[in-house]
Structure formats: structure tokens, C-alpha cells
Design a protein around this ligand. Sequence first.
Ligand code: GLU
Length: 375
Amino acid sequence: MTNRKEILGDAEKIVIKIGTTSISREDGSLNNEFMDTIASQVSELHRAGKQIILVSSGSIGIGIEILDLGCRPKEIPVRQAAAAVGQGVLMQHWTEAFQKYGLNVAQILLTYDSFTNRLTYLNLRNSISTLLSYGVIPIINENDPICVHEIEATLGDNDKLSAMVASKMEADLLILFTDIDGLYDKNPKRHDDAVLLRTVEEITPTIESYGGNPTSMKGVGGMRTKIEAAKICNMSGCYMVIANSNVNKGIRKILDGEEIGTLFLTNQFVLKNRIRWIILARSSGTIVVDDGAKEALTKRMSLLPSGVLDIAGTFDRGDIVKLECDGFVFGKGITDYTSEELKAIKGKQTNEIADILGYKNYDHVVQKDNIGLFK
Ligand code: GLU
């Protein structure tokens, strides 16, 4: 059995994600007692020298209540309006909860683009580190009012967002608090014989098949997005626990090694920060390659035009593109040619590039150091 105390007891930097169903009561109002228990546990950990970052959902749910919209609206602008109304109130309640324990909080609103642009990504990291050095508790949410959920500029759920933050901040542990006890092999709300998994060593296709659909009307995440989050944590050297928010002093118990929720172990082989950034950043298009090229890339070689079969989307030099072979995306990379240039030189030899384009930027299409392969 995994010794949880040994693994989690020393976690120094911890990201804690609170889902909408945990922060609100049945009637939709904010659960102030719950927020207080979080603030009290976080302040205790803070005194013990640990660095805590909160990711709090709830803005849309609160906005729905305030605007009396009844149930979760389908229209994106209405949800965005609800988020804009709710976010200030959410922060006001967190500010008050932490004030009782003498702690200041800071609001950070992010979009997927915050992670895609490397400069923004580095600045974000610096500002969160500075807040932590001042002893402030950063409270993060997605910047819903400026996100458009159909396009890939959005995270859409705070499970993935919190994993991106944990990865970016090199956290030791991500705790996802939700209204279910952890990851089950079947939906426990429908199957009495569903079994709770205590430890997940590797995210296999079987584990992925345990992810279902979103569970509540006001939140968006379900187990599917939590498994996505676990994949990000796995490649980032960060442990992850999914636990029920109704466990009394849950954070303390998790760090004390109690068998609460589901623990996802992490990969010993941690990708370099820059490669992780390439893999996690938003892509502008896809380059489809042949089997030979895929094999070359797995042997740490660059992608040459001769291995390119097709191109999808419109992209520029320096953009991040997906790398696909036989219908599967197996990695991402930074392209040194635009989609238009690639359409002209795909399948050609390197020594033909100058003749076709009238110039040649590079021999390769994607340079080997700019490629991140999925495991
Ligand atoms: N950003 C959304 C909100 O604050 C929540 C997203 C989620 O539930 O994962 O309401």
C-alpha cells in the first residue's frame, strides 16, 4: 500500500481547488461555514510555512442566484454576465473568511492564453511567487467574462485550470475538493457496487473510461476533467488527490496521510518546464506526419518537410501546432514554417525548399528541441 504520509506529509506548495458544488449550499447560496473551515485550515498550514494557492469556482453559481436566473443558462453571454456579477461577491466572502485569521487574499483571473504566451506565463509565475512571498493567499478563477467557450482559448473548467497552475508553479500537491468521495470505477450515484479507487498509479485507458459527464447544473467539471487534470499533474511531478469537501479538516487529514479520496501518483520522469509549456499551450493548427517521421521524432530528431503529409488550420512561424499521425495527436511543437509555406513544401526534400518557396528558413519544419511528445 502507498505510504501517503511519506508522500504527502512534506508537500510545501499546495494548490487547493474548491468546486462550485462544495462552495454553495443546495439552495445556491454561498456556504460560509465551509469557506471558514478552508480559511482556518489554510491559515494553520500557512503558519507551518507551507505555501497555499486556492482555485475557487462559484462565480457563475452566485451570479445565477443574484440575477435570479433559476438554472444554469445555456447562452454564453448570460453565463459570462453571471460570472461577472458573482466574482466580486465570491472574493468578498473569501476576503472576510481569511481576515478572521489575519490573512490577506489576492484575486487572479486567468484564461488559457495566460499559459500560451510564454512571456505572460513567466510573468504570472513571478506575480504568484511574489504574492506567496508576502504571505498573501492567491485565489484564482477563470476569467469567464472574456472567455469564449467554443474556441480553444478557454479552459472551461477549473479542474484543468488548477492543474495548469500547479504545474506552472511547480506545486507538490493539488487537492480537488468536490461533492464525490473520489474516483469510482462506475458512477456511484447509479451503481451501488461502484468501487472507490484509493490510488491511481498510472492513467490508463481503463482509468480514463471511469470519467463521466458533469455532475451538477452549476459547476462544469465531472470526473472526466479531473482525470485530464491528473494527466497534467502527472507530467509535472505533482501529486493529486480528489476528495469530498465534506470531510472534516480534509486538508489536514490528507497531509497526515489518511486514506481520504483518490490519490494520483506522479511520474518520476518530469518534463522540462519549457517542454511542458509547449505541451500545455494552445495550438493554432495541426501537422499530420507519416509513420517514419513520427518514429524519427520519438528518437529526438527534427521534423523535416519530407515527413509531412498534411496541414490543418492556419498558423504562423513560431506558433504551436499539434503533431498527428494515423489520426492520433502524439505531441506538440513550435513550427518554423507557416501553414501556407508548409502546404507548398509538404512531402518534399529539404534541398527543394529554396526552389519551391524562393527562400529557405530552415532545413527542418519543427526543430527537435521544440517538440514535446505525449507519453
Ligand atoms: N469558473 C467557473 C465559476 O467560477 C467555474 C468553472 C468550474 O466549475 O470548473 O463559476
